[in-house]
Structure formats: structure tokens, C-alpha cells
Write a protein of this length. Sequence first.
Length: 118
Amino acid sequence: MQSVRQRKVAERIQQLVSTVIDRKLKDPEAGFITVTHVRMSPDLRIASVYVTVLGNPEAAQRSLSALDRAKHFIRNEIAPILRMRFIPELRFFIDDTMEYARKIDQLLGEIKKTDHEE
């Protein structure tokens, strides 16, 4: 369970990272990236940034690599706005929640279909 402080910092970092990616990131490998959520470590030193990428899994991996290359740039861009003693280290991950939900929905649909056939 995240503390109120962790949640507030995570929300602010999500907003700032999204803005930097949309407006200032010039890497053509980045693709269409959406920051879905951010989780903070208890000491607020590490921000795990979860993103979704429009396209296939290969495009997602290329975008993740582009974000990893740009993480210092992004961190430097958000530092003056965030105004914290320690600017968190950014770690980027692909958010597979939507893919997981789609698979569950597909399985439920198959179960429903087999129930109607019986």
C-alpha cells in the first residue's frame, strides 16, 4: 500500500514524464507512448514508470529502449519542476495490464460460448 506522499509524487511524476515524452522527446524509435501509471519506492528514490505503446510487441520494445536511452534527459527536464531534494531514478516498464485483461475477456467469452453450446 502506497502512502499519501508516494501517491502524490507518483501522480506528479506521471504528469511531468508524459509531458516531456509528448513535447520534448525527439527519438524516432519512441513511437506513440502513453504513461499509464507510476509507482514510487517507499524512500521516493525510484520511480517505476509503466507505459503502453501503440503497435506490436517489437515496437513496444523499441520504444522501451528509446525511453531507457532518454531517462537521464527526462529526469533532468522534470527536476526543476518537481522540486524535491532527490529526483527519483526513472525505470521504465511495459504495462501489460490491457493485454492481460483482453486475454481474460477472451477466455470468459470462450467459456460463455461453450456453455451456450451445451
